[in-house]
Design a protein around this ligand. Structure first.
Ligand SMILES: *[C@@H]1O[C@H](CO)[C@@H](O)[C@H](O)[C@H]1NC(C)=O
Ligand SMILES: *[C@@H]1O[C@H](CO)[C@@H](O)[C@H](O)[C@H]1NC(C)=O
Ligand SMILES: *[C@@H]1O[C@H](CO)[C@@H](O)[C@H](O)[C@H]1NC(C)=O
Length: 186
């Protein structure tokens, strides 16, 4: 009983004193690699959109994220986390029309899952270190963007063309994400 208590205290002290400072150089590199890997996996899912002109759609990727000069690093990480989470939600929807290689889809989901866990840990650390307060409105444009995509897929009954268009859009979003993470501090 007592020794367990001591152990817990020791662990607590350990974790509260070694809350390692976040290495942003490493994080930037790692996020960029992840977004490139996700792009590569998305590229391996076959299907060009050239026969799907009538299904084309402008989902309007949020401008704030295309041009993120103003964003604080905590917001930047939350936006990044949200992009990974929403992408994962989308690729868990009805893919039956696509004939996509399940191994590639699963690799994509696993990659994203790993990244989400890693980012959540880092955000926990930052929260402990910095006591930041956070404005939920920052994620609103992104929320609307993904809602448009989800509604579109549903409206198109998860057709093969709808998925090809959405896959192309997800590629675009990871391309922006790669640029976006460059704005992390040094
Ligand atoms: C991808 O390739 C498979 C196998 O050739 C095919 O059945 C499927 O329709 C293709 N999917 C897309 C989205 O083009
Ligand atoms: C966190 O920040 C809030 C608002 O700035 C402040 O009131 C609070 O005392 C801070 N808490 C800690 C543990 O620093
Ligand atoms: C899944 O997508 C296929 C192909 O578009 C469609 O026929 C089917 O009804 C969908 N299933 C569900 C549960 O939405």
């Amino acid at each position: 009983m007592t020794s367990r208590c001591i152990l817990q205290t020791a662990l607590l002290v350990y974790f509260s004193t070694t809350v390692l400072a976040v290495n942003y150089d490493l994080l930037r590199f790692q996020l960029s690699s992840s977004s490139v890997e996700c792009q590569n996996l998305l590229l391996q899912l076959n299907g060009t959109t050239k026969d799907c002109i009538k299904d084309r759609m402008n989902f309007k990727f949020p401008e704030e994220i295309e041009k993120p000069q103003q964003v604080q690093k905590e917001a930047l990480l939350l936006v990044t986390l949200d992009i990974f989470q929403k992408t994962s939600d989308i690729f868990r929807k009805n893919l039956s029309s696509t004939g996509w290689n399940e191994i590639i889809v699963n690799n994509l989901l696993e990659k994203i899952h790993w990244q989400i866990e890693h980012l959540e840990e880092i955000l926990e650390k930052i929260k402990e270190e910095e006591n930041f307060t956070w404005d939920d409105r920052t994620l609103l444009p992104l929320k609307r963007y993904y809602l448009r995509i989800v509604r579109y897929l549903k409206a198109k009954v998860y057709s093969i063309c709808a998925w090809k268009i959405v896959r192309a859009e997800m590629l675009r979003s990871f391309f922006f994400l790669d640029k976006f993470t460059n704005y992390l501090p040094n």
